[in-house]
Design a protein around this ligand. Structure first.
Ligand code: PCA
Length: 326
């Protein structure tokens, strides 16, 4: 017997076939395209839940903003328009700074640090979400953020005055601190934004550069290895509580598996993504010591601002993080 059959058999013993009981159907919107590593992970989660529950809980994916636009996904889950969704976690920074600590350049630069940061902040994040009627299912990182430009970037001066694609309040602030002109563009709209001249530089994961064919409109890419910000997947708490106990258990089990898998997939993409950009003709540079130093300074400024906003609880989280990574 193949090992892959075991979960299906186990599911069949716990769950009657879906036709014998009412099937539960959930809609799951995500802003990101099918090719993105975190979308692949979530599509797998939906499949795993269906299989683990013997088809009693069916999650239909709506990727690339096809059902609901990125800025409206959270609200749609809160109001019960859909039951479950995923967004870029730091987008919620304006509501509460605890959501955006992982997107400060050079604070938690790599996967090891990002894992530690998640460990010390998970509880605070989950509690905030639960207060809003949302249960956190899993949080997985995007690969390292990289800068893209038509011209070489040797220092901040080369980005000054460029129309830089940003994707939330915090990244707009980052662009401003860099002397660039921030322009909000959703990931799925990057190609049109370049083509129409709305933007001429951006930063995003190498994988998102591949998804959006960055080589069509930029030539140079610089991987910062400075931050790996996370997505967050969550479910409407009422929809979750309406499930039978075995279904609840299955969802939480599969969410834990998805989180672990998502981190692994992201780390693999962190290596594969830059290579694919090069294969498609882009010039991949390490960030120069000068650009790195300038970006570090901006990161320090952002952290200082963050600590002011986040108060004593924020300080507690950063202290716990420093202790853990020591
Ligand atoms: N890709 C997504 C979020 C962060 C990333 O690497 C984007 O660019 O919108």
């Amino acid at each position: 017997m193949s090992v892959r059959l075991i979960p299906a058999i186990a599911a069949a013993t716990v769950f009657a076939s879906a036709s014998a009981v009412a099937q539960v159907k959930w809609d799951f919107p995500t802003p990101y395209a099918d090719r993105e590593v975190l979308t692949k992970n979530t599509v797998q989660f939906a499949e795993d839940v269906r299989r683990a529950t013997n088809g009693q809980l069916v999650i239909t994916m709506h990727t690339a903003q096809s059902l609901i636009k990125n800025p409206e996904i959270k609200r749609a889950v809160q109001t019960g328009q859909v039951q479950i969704g995923e967004i870029f976690k730091p987008n919620m920074g304006p509501e509460d700074p605890v959501f955006e600590l992982d997107a400060i350049p050079f604070f938690a630069p790599g996967y090891k640090e990002a894992r530690a940061l998640l460990e010390v902040s998970r509880e605070a994040i989950s509690q905030r979400m639960l207060k809003q009627g949302l249960r956190v299912l899993y949080m997985c990182p995007w690969p390292s953020q990289a800068f893209y430009s038509k011209k070489p970037i040797n220092s901040l001066a080369d980005l000054k005055g460029t129309k830089m694609r940003t994707y939330n309040a915090q990244t707009a602030r980052l662009a401003q601190l860099m002397g660039a002109i921030p322009t909000t563009v959703q990931a799925t709209e990057i190609p049109q934004a370049f083509t129409s001249g709305i933007i001429d530089t951006m930063f995003t994961a190498a994988g998102t550069g591949v998804t959006t064919k960055a080589w069509d409109y930029t030539r140079y890419v610089y991987d910062t290895q400075a931050w790996v910000p996370k997505n967050i997947a969550f479910v409407n708490e009422k929809a979750f509580q309406a499930l039978s106990e075995p279904l609840k258990k299955a969802v939480l089990e599969q969410a834990a598996i998805a989180e672990k898998r998502g981190w692994d997939m992201s780390e693999a993409e962190n290596i594969a993504g830059p290579k694919q950009l090069v294969q498609n003709g882009m010039t991949l540079g390490p960030i120069t010591p000068q650009f790195s130093a300038e970006l570090k300074k901006i990161g320090e400024q952002m952290l200082e601002d963050w600590l002011k906003k986040a108060g004593p609880e924020g300080k507690k989280i950063t202290d716990a993080y420093y202790t853990l990574i020591k």
